[in-house]
Design a protein around this ligand. Structure first.
Ligand code: UDP
Length: 481
């Protein structure tokens, strides 16, 4: 009897930082398992419809084995939520009937080996269970962050206070003590709907058939062990954990079409003319925005540091929100930055408006430091390029990532903020100079170079991540056929 075609179904959350690493998993699998077709169910972000379309059409054109299925748009009429985490959880929950429909229709033509979902999509685990399709998770942040979230249901039982009011250090297996104010932002407030969704989601994690993490063992050895030996969920079964990373997007100078070719040509021509490893790159993720005052302070700090820099500047938030969840207009640099800043720094600095092709920039030989918001993709991209960091978190789980980067991995210097998160010109000057010129900076650079080699080894034949991927595929074959 002819064998039916085999497929894997991926269900990412629509935020671009989550979508890209899940798609990278798909790409890796089709290049290594040529018989597999990858189907990706995509939901438009409930807060910014249509934003993922250009990225999806580029991937579809280059990888015919990766097929995207747009799920019907969801109306969130009844919600009062304003933060994007809650909106995402709610959109995912309401999409369950559509996910069921999609899986039923695909199963007419394919044997679905596994259904791999982002943690935001855990509501769909019930759909997979009903259809007897093994449900796996793909965790887009690191194993250290996963330790926190897997332990969250226990922390929830231990206290009745919000983390924002606790003012204490939390002791969580696998990671250094974390101050309660450094936990992921959406769980700071116990009364927030997002907090409840997170507790619910991670209470269900032990039901997963396996957890795939975009990390590698050498980078997060302690955290990985704490998850696999059950320390994070002592009273429950721990699913197998597969560290298959680092998965990062390819080095593309066009920035996925988000920047004009002209401005990028100028940017790379400028980088080409700079000395090796001399430029500090400042970029703050897909959503990071700064106030007018903070932008001026960064400018002053950079100028005083005397270091070469490449800085991605966005317009300040106009609606009081601190995230770029709706499309931002390009900034008017002359009115935002201090008088004469651009001309005084024209030899040493280059400012890019709104978006730069980060992976290509980090891999340019002139770049020697990175001031980052600590988003996990950015961290992995810096590690793969061997570029040391200054950690300046902005949102999501980035404060936790900062602690891990500075204290555990020793790949970054910390940026010290004032109470309200403001960073002074003096602090910025000190950290940028420290990274590029001090003994402390040299140590971080050496660690990062070693970790870059470790990342390469993990992804090479016989490396830990390649072995974990082979094991994962084997687990699908065992249950799926
Ligand atoms: N990125 C980029 N250029 C920018 C800002 C972001 O290429 O100007 C990319 C970056 O390389 C990374 C992703 O957007 O791949 C951001 O993901 P990350 O997890 O670091 O942060 P998030 O945006 O999810 O907070």
């Amino acid at each position: 009897m002819a064998r039916r075609n085999e497929a894997l179904v991926l269900y990412p959350t629509p935020a671009i930082g989550h979508l890209i690493s899940m798609v990278e998993l798909g790409k890796l699998l089709v290049t290594q398992q040529s018989s597999l077709t990858i189907h990706i169910l995509v939901l438009d972000p409930p807060y910014n419809a249509g934003t993922t379309a250009p990225y999806i059409s580029t991937v579809s054109a280059t990888y015919p084995c990766i097929k995207f299925h747009q799920l019907p748009t969801i109306t969130l009429a009844s919600t009062t939520a304003t933060n994007h985490e809650t909106l995402t959880f709610e959109a995912i929950r309401l999409s369950n009937p559509n996910v069921q429909q999609a899986l039923l229709s695909l199963s007419q033509s394919y044997t679905i080996l596994a259904f791999v979902m982002d943690f935001f999509c855990t509501a769909a685990l019930s759909v997979a269970n009903e259809l007897s399709i093994p449900g796996y998770h793909f965790f887009t942040s690191g194993a250290g962050c996963l330790c926190f979230f897997m332990y969250l249901p226990i922390l929830h039982q231990k206290t009745s206070k919000s983390f924002r009011d606790l003012n204490t250090f939390l002791h969580i297996p696998g990671i250094p003590p974390i101050h309660s104010s450094d936990v992921p932002k959406p769980v700071l407030d116990r009364e927030d709907k997002a907090y409840q969704y997170f507790v619910e989601t991670f209470s269900r994690f032990p039901e997963s058939a396996g957890i795939i993490v975009n990390t590698f063992e050498l980078l997060e050895n302690r955290a990985t062990k704490a998850i696999s030996d059950g320390s994070c969920v002592p009273s429950n079964r721990t699913p197998p954990i597969y560290c298959i990373g680092p998965l990062v997007v390819a080095d593309d100078r066009r920035g996925g079409g988000k920047t004009s070719d002209d401005s990028m040509a100028q940017c790379f021509a400028w980088l080409d003319s700079q000395p090796s490893r001399s430029v500090v790159f400042l970029c703050f993720g897909s959503l990071g925005l700064f106030s007018r005052d903070q932008l001026r302070e960064i400018a002053m700090g950079l100028e005083r540091s005397g270091q070469r820099f490449l800085w991605v500047v966005r317009s300040p938030p106009s609606d009081g929100k601190s995230l770029a969840i709706i499309k931002q207009e390009d900034p008017d640099l002359d009115s935002l930055l201090p008088d004469g800043f651009l001309s005084r720094t024209s030899e040493k600095g280059f400012v890019v408006k709104t978006w730069a092709p980060q992976v290509a920039v980090l891999n340019h030989g002139s770049v020697g430091g990175f001031v980052t918001h600590c988003g996990w993709n950015s961290v992995l991209e810096a590690v793969c390029a061997g570029v040391p960091m200054v950690a300046w978190p902005q949102y999501a789980e980035q404060r936790l990532n900062k602690v891990l980067l500075v204290e555990e991995m020793k790949l970054a210097l910390p940026m010290d903020e004032s109470e309200n998160g403001f960073v002074s010109a003096a602090e910025l000057e000190k950290r940028v100079r420290g990274l590029m010129e001090s003994e402390e900076g040299k140590l971080v650079r050496e660690e990062t170079t070693a970790m870059r080699d470790g990342a390469k080894a993990a992804m090479s034949k016989g490396g830990s991540s390649r072995l974990a991927l082979a094991e994962l595929v084997e687990s699908w074959k065992r249950v799926g056929i």
